[in-house]
Design a protein around this ligand. Structure first.
Ligand SMILES: Nc1nc2c(c(=O)[nH]1)N[C@H]1C(S)=C(S)[C@@H](COP(=O)(O)O)O[C@H]1N2
Ligand SMILES: [Mo]
Length: 203
């Protein structure tokens, strides 16, 4: 009966997926593109990733060298500060832990800056990219990462808002102090935990 259907429909809408942090909505299968600059144009053959700054062994890897280190898959959710979340998605790449094992952070290293070929930057505490929380990734749901989503290789730090995941990543620098990146200079929160709604500076 019409009344029953309408009633159950409303009940369904009121249910909130517990995987959605406060103020976020589910985009479903789609994946919005958000870029504050021209889309990066990276030649995968010539691209490399460098870890430098406060490390015992500054190191650069080609994509081939990264892939030779192994492969990790993240399965879970991502959250953009503009309020969309994408649930139960997957990315394949290599854990930052593996790369930092090679580079060897010095005891005074406490923060990192991610830098893109496009010069986009974002900053993080070192502990937000260690302990199985961050990856550099080249595949999304089993396919090569597309250029508009940061391909050939982007950062993935899914427990923080997605602006902390630099597309076209090329350098990760370890520092003893925090150094605000593009959005952080423009009023965004320095850490960006979606579960605490750390959207803007002071949140
Ligand atoms: N190089 C670069 N990385 C970036 C950005 C950018 O403008 N340039 N935007 C950030 C923001 S605000 C978000 S929400 C995500 C968007 O990634 P997507 O376009 O793959 O959804 O990338 C982040 N990484
Ligand atoms: Mo964003």
């Amino acid at each position: 009966m019409a009344i029953t259907r309408g009633f159950s429909g409303r009940r369904k809408q009121a249910e909130r997926d517990p995987r959605l942090p406060p103020g976020q909505y589910d985009v479903g299968k789609s994946w919005p593109v958000l870029t504050a600059e021209p889309t990066g144009r990276v030649d995968a053959e010539r691209w490399s990733l460098t870890i430098d700054g406060l490390v015992a062994h500054p190191t650069s890897w080609s994509l081939k060298e990264l892939k030779a280190l192994g492969q990790d898959t993240y399965r879970g959710d991502i959250h953009c500060v503009t309020t969309w979340s994408k649930l139960d998605t997957s990315f394949t790449g290599i854990s930052l832990d593996t790369l930092l094992d090679v580079a060897q952070p010095l005891p005074e290293a406490r923060f990192v800056v991610e830098e893109s070929t496009t010069r986009y930057r974002t900053n993080l505490p070192l502990e937000d990219v260690t302990g199985g929380k961050a990856w550099v990734v080249w595949e999304h749901e089993g396919k090569p990462l597309t250029r508009e989503h940061g391909g050939p290789v982007r950062m993935l730090v899914p427990h923080l808002y997605f602006w902390k995941s630099a597309k076209w990543i090329s350098k990760i620098t370890l520092l003893d102090h925090d150094e605000p990146g593009f959005w952080e200079i423009n009023g965004y929160h320095h850490r960006g935990d979606p579960w605490q709604e750390q959207r803007f500076d002071g949140d």
